[in-house]
Design a protein around this ligand. Structure first.
Ligand SMILES: [Zn+2]
Length: 445
């Protein structure tokens, strides 16, 4: 069957299941789940794979679900990823009332698109020359570090990002290239864009440990850990003028424990902190400065300080050929004038890690409004936000795997990975280290 006929067959099937796709999108959006806890979301997508009689594995990196669709003959394997997790923003009107968790990054749509692609390829896959993996993946947002650390301490995972863990488990070993479409609201309407790269980062979980005392009766008996944090924060801000423009450095933090009673000198302060930058040499350089600034706070007040470092995500490294082929496939649906290439992206994703191992791209696709992660983010247009991306993905797969998979083979032909899987895992492991310094606190570790 020729390519255009195959696409029509897929599009008809997608249109036929329009209501199913919207229904799963709504259902996931209404039951948002934190990373590595996406049990309901995983069940919902697994039920679609089950219904369509696709072989699938579940429980990968706790909540990942991976369906494999085999074509008429062996050939390259294309992975399409859908992120399952939500994040905390209790100001969002759709946030879960108890937990504050909400789909303010549009990941609900990614899983619904996977369902749509599963429907769309049902009668198409037998005409393709390779394999397709539909992969619902956990925990893209690196949040709630304490929880992730507890999973690591219990031996339930090794890394804090879902894709990192899946790489370690070998769940990407049979995938030759991958793409991920992400909801975007930057350019409104029927548009899509890629970027020129992104920041990577490392994360830190920090404890300042002082001494509690009655804040009114005998504050001189205490060692105020909150004051140590305050001094450290000033030192961090003072370092900002040393950051180079080209490194796109971002330092941001969250105070997760700030004391217990206003009338008690806070003896223990805990915070999460990210050091982001566009290259790992810059991340390393700035990370060392931040450690110095944090320790200066502890030293100034006479606290102890524990800094638990862990790997964040690698900067994105778009595959040029796959980008061009995706643009070609998508422009037939969206119109060439609606496909853009934007500059650098200040955020980060664990898909950047995947991009170091195989040809991969992340595409931002419209139909949404309000800034991602903000309380205003929402789906604006069901057709553009939920149905069209499915057609774009299905068309891309058909273009890659038709005619003896000549396009996919062309993508793979000259690809050289930046890291082998072994080197990558070694690299991640090198970021796990804890420092402990005692600058006079009465509490000893
Ligand atoms: Zn996202």
């Amino acid at each position: 069957m020729d390519i255009e006929k195959l696409k029509q067959l897929a599009f008809n099937e997608i249109d036929k299941h329009r209501d199913d796709i919207i229904q799963i999108a709504n259902s996931i959006e209404m039951e948002p789940e934190e990373g590595f806890k996406e049990f309901k979301t995983a069940k919902k997508i697994a039920a679609i794979f089950e219904k369509l009689d696709y072989p699938y594995e579940e429980g990968l990196a706790i909540t990942g679900v991976k369906a494999t669709l085999k074509g008429r003959k062996d050939g390259p394997c294309i992975g399409i990823l859908g992120e399952e997790d939500a994040l905390f923003n209790s100001e969002h009107p759709k946030a879960d009332k108890n937990t504050g968790i909400v789909h303010a990054c549009g990941h609900f749509a990614q899983v619904a698109w996977l369902a749509g692609i599963a429907y769309g390829l049902k009668h198409v896959i037998e005409h393709l020359d390779g394999k397709v993996v539909l992969f619902a993946v956990p925990a893209e947002e690196l949040i709630n570090l304490g929880f992730r650390q507890s999973l690591r301490d219990q031996g339930k995972l090794s890394y804090f990002g879902g894709k990192q863990e899946l790489i370690k488990l070998g769940a990407f070993d049979d995938i030759d290239m991958a793409f991920l479409q992400h909801a975007q609201s930057t350019i409104p309407g029927r548009t899509a864009f890629t970027t020129s790269g992104s920041n990577g980062f490392v994360s830190k979980y920090i404890r300042f440990i002082g001494e509690s005392a009655h804040a009114g009766v005998a504050p001189w008996k205490g060692v105020n850990a909150l004051n140590a944090f305050h001094v450290a924060l000033s030192a961090i801000h003072a370092q900002r003028e040393t950051f180079k423009d080209d490194d796109a450095v971002r330092i941001h933090m969250l105070l997760v424990k700030g004391g217990e009673s206003v009338n008690v000198i806070p003896s223990e302060i805990e915070l999460e902190l990210f050091v982001r930058a566009s290259s790992f040499s810059a991340i390393k350089e700035v990370s060392d400065k931040i450690d110095q600034a944090l320790k200066a706070g502890a030293m100034g007040i006479g606290c102890s300080i524990e800094i638990r470092n862990s790997p964040g995500y690698l900067p994105m490294n778009y595959d040029k050929k796959l980008t061009e082929y995706w643009e070609k496939s998508a422009s037939k649906i969206l119109g060439e004038e609606n496909i853009h290439r934007l500059g650098f992206f200040g955020g980060s994703t664990d898909f950047g890690d995947v991009m170091h191992l195989m040809p991969a791209i992340e595409v931002q696709i419209g139909g949404y409004t309000g800034g991602v992660h903000s309380k205003e983010f929402r789906l604006q247009d069901e057709e553009m936000g939920l149905i069209t991306p499915v057609k774009v993905a299905a068309a891309t797969i058909i273009d890659l795997l038709s005619n003896d998979a000549e396009v996919a083979k062309d993508v793979l032909k000259d690809f050289k990975p930046l890291l082998t899987k072994e080197k990558y895992l070694e690299f991640l492991d090198s970021f796990f280290y804890t420092s402990y310094d005692d600058y006079g606190s009465k509490e000893k570790k």
